[in-house]
Design a protein around this ligand. Sequence first.
Ligand code: PLP
Length: 392
Amino acid sequence: MASMQIIQTSKSIQELRFSVIREMGGMAAHMDGVITLGIGEPDFNTPPAITEKAFQDALNGHTHYTPSKGDPELLEKLAANITRETGISTGSSSIIITHGGMGALTASLRTLLEQGDHVLLVEPHFPDYIAHIAFARGVAVKARSRAENRFIPLPQDIESAITTKTRVLILNSPNNPTGAVIPGDVLDAISELAIRYNLFVISDEVYDRIIFDPPFESIVTRPGMAERTLVIKSFSKSHAMTGWRVGYCYGPQAVIDQMLKVVNYSTACASSIGQRAAVAALDIDPSVISAMKDRFEARVDLVCTRLNAMEGIKVARPGGSFYLFADIRPITRKSREFAIRLLQEEKVVVIPGYAFGDSAEGFFRIACTRSKQQLAEAMDRIQAFLTRFREE
Ligand code: PLP
């Protein structure tokens, strides 16, 4: 009998690329003396007040499933915060707590999409969107933002990428990997497009607490947008809580009601202890959070100044997040080769631009998630590498 293939895997999964960010981390794992500016994770530990409270709650029995929507106390606190910050009177019933912002992304796309629906993304973009769209059997369609415009998307570029099948637009401000914060007038214009073309918006705001300039505004606050926007937030970056896996999503009640099924059947609920940590996070002194933001800002300034002093590199100061997206097009458009050689020769991990979309080739991303001292050392190494790289 002819040999039969027993293990079949889905074509849509086969077609996904393994994470370039994880791949770069894997290459560095067995090397000594590496400075890792790769993965987007705060280097600070979770503030002790949060961890201690969560441990106490665990000892007191918060170790069971929570309702799929989430811990009732967390939902109540979030509802009050959302109303205070956006003016939208979101009751706790239109919020779902999820397994990180990632859980909210995958559940929202699965809830919104029919097979073959187009999802509009703005390059450079968080690479994981591609996987979440594939899981929901959608099709990613790209617009692009440009370095020349500080990576603020132009409404006309978004409009020209809209097709008859476009159902969802994903906006990410502050942006990973560029740090761009979309200003209010651009949000006005994009919201007009969303209404004109009947698009639903997923507004990924997981970096909304790490803002330098301009002030953060959400598209959900624009007229007519609360009815067609799902907002995604997370405790991961703002509170240095990546491992607790708590994010949340709020939006129109009818969408949240359907999304609850996806969360229920896929994860049952977010981690109970993580959710208690999130309750504690909302209670801590805000200065603890703003101190982390200040440290990111000082690091971003240091790296920005150093990179811009290097011949052939140009980088715009980000409006928020802890990322910088450096333009090396005058030096090379082969960002993968650049990043691998930088790791091999100078032991610095950066993420090559192509990970964030084809039009992001010729750039690299730095996450300012190391001390100023380590960042200064990394800049010395990049400078030394560039001198050699340019001479070849
Ligand atoms: N959205 C963006 C733009 C991100 O960069 C990330 C993480 O890197 C996430 C969502 C998901 O974060 P988490 O699942 O840790 O909340």
